[in-house]
Design a protein around this ligand. Structure first.
Ligand code: ISJ
Length: 398
């Protein structure tokens, strides 16, 4: 079994050192398994939907032939099949352990802000009603509807400080910052976030996925939080919403794995702002030497899970295109890294924003199934925005 890149013996850095060294244009990723900072571009990886995993393996092989030691590919892929992707073999990679809560916290930006919801909250709630009609008519079983907050400051938003605060406030999350600048952007564009959701990781033969779906906002009062956790576990609506995701993830991984372990009952995980039903699914790869079983190949086979799209997937995509006025861009896509051995870690791009100069575009979505309540779904998206709003120093706004 190959040793995962992030735990290979390395010159010792602390996650806080990597965060302090992060500059706009770098790639940063941290999770409970370690941290990675990548700079420069040895080679970009250009490939479309369906051929990315193969292009990534080729780019990694070519980088190894060119003498790059332990090459990795890092980056992000957008939601739609024809969406943008930003994948590179970086020139320099530094690794460290998991964030330990130390390091720069970065003061909240003191800028003046204006916040524009897109669409207006009532329009989002109307979209939920329309989705419920489609579900009632038997067109759909589940669809995830998202909305956007466009936040504009009176000065450029400092991405390093925002990233540091995201990591400090969400030490257990999969935190990331990816340069997603594209031709035509008025300034460099960064995708930043603190996702609670592991799409898939692969280390040697071991595969792990941790789908989430079915949520309630977390509050300050601990007795109320205990009630919410119990309510979530007891809610038939939330369990049905969750089961769509856990079943699809287990079905897809079952094509690649032997010894798949998919618990029948969800548990609850907490983030600083939310409670989610969660299922940790593990498996052993049938053929780890097959390039078609790389971490990114698994991620592409899973994406989009019903945690961000819906069931059936094509009708859910069509409903999203009809009911969401804003293009999702990188939101609800995937972010992560893959190495030469095919190991890697890819997370669902949620609790995220795209930052370009003075503008921050936040997205948050909620799964709609029979029994969903438009006001509760709207409140759920507001609560999900809190991850980024807190990091921006804009707590209490949505
Ligand atoms: C779509 C988002 O989150 C996803 C949807 C969830 C839900 O509908 O309950 C829960 C966690 C995530 O899988 C988001 O945060 O924007």
């Amino acid at each position: 079994m190959s040793t995962p890149a992030m735990v290979r013996p390395r010159p010792v850095h602390r996650a806080a050192d990597l965060l302090a060294a992060y500059l706009p244009g770098s790639f940063f990723y941290s999770s409970a398994t370690g941290s990675l900072l990548a700079d420069g571009v040895h080679a970009p990886v250009r490939a479309g939907h369906g051929s990315r995993a193969a292009a990534v393996s080729e780019a990694l092989d070519a980088a190894a032939v060119h003498g790059v030691e332990d090459p990795v590919v890092v980056g992000a892929i957008g939601f739609r099949p024809d969406a943008e992707a930003s994948l590179v073999v970086p020139a320099v990679v530094r690794r460290a352990g998991a964030p330990d809560g130390s390091g720069p916290a970065g003061a909240p930006a003191s800028a003046k802000w204006s916040i524009t919801p897109r669409p207006e909250p009532e329009v989002y709630a109307d979209g939920v009603r329309r989705a419920l009609e489609l579900i009632g008519a038997g067109e759909l079983d589940k669809v995830v509807l998202a909305r956007c907050l466009e936040v504009t400051a009176d000065q450029p938003v400092p991405v390093p400080a925002l990233l540091s605060r995201l990591v400090r406030l969400n030490p257990a999350a999969h935190a990331f910052a990816v340069d997603v600048s594209a031709p035509g952007d008025p300034a460099p564009r960064a995708l930043v976030g603190a996702s609670p959701e592991l799409l898939v990781s692969r280390r040697g033969t071991e595969v792990v996925a941790n789908p989430l779906a079915g949520s309630l906002p977390r509050v300050a009062d601990e007795a109320e939080n205990r009630r919410r956790v119990a309510a979530l576990l007891a809610s038939a609506k939330d369990r049905a919403e969750h089961a769509h995701v856990s079943a699809q993830v287990a079905e897809v991984l079952g094509r690649f794995c032997v010894d798949l372990d998919a618990p029948a009952e969800p548990s609850v995980i907490g983030t600083p702002t939310m409670w989610h039903l969660s299922t940790r699914i593990t498996g052993r790869l049938a053929d780890p030497t097959d390039p078609g079983s790389s971490a990114l190949a698994l991620a592409e086979a899973l994406h989009p899970t019903p945690a961000v799209c819906g069931v059936p997937v094509d009708r859910a995509r069509a409903a999203i295109a009809e009911l969401e006025p804003e293009d999702r861009g990188y939101y609800s896509g995937l972010v992560g890294w893959s190495d030469l051995q095919g190991d890697g870690e890819w997370v669902v791009t949620i609790r995220s924003a795209e930052v370009c100069d003075r503008t921050v575009r936040l997205f948050a979505g909620a799964g709609i199934v029979a029994g969903s309540d438009p006001a509760a779904e709207l409140a759920e998206t507001s609560a999900k925005f809190r991850t980024l709003l807190r990091a921006l120093g804009l707590e209490g706004t949505a």
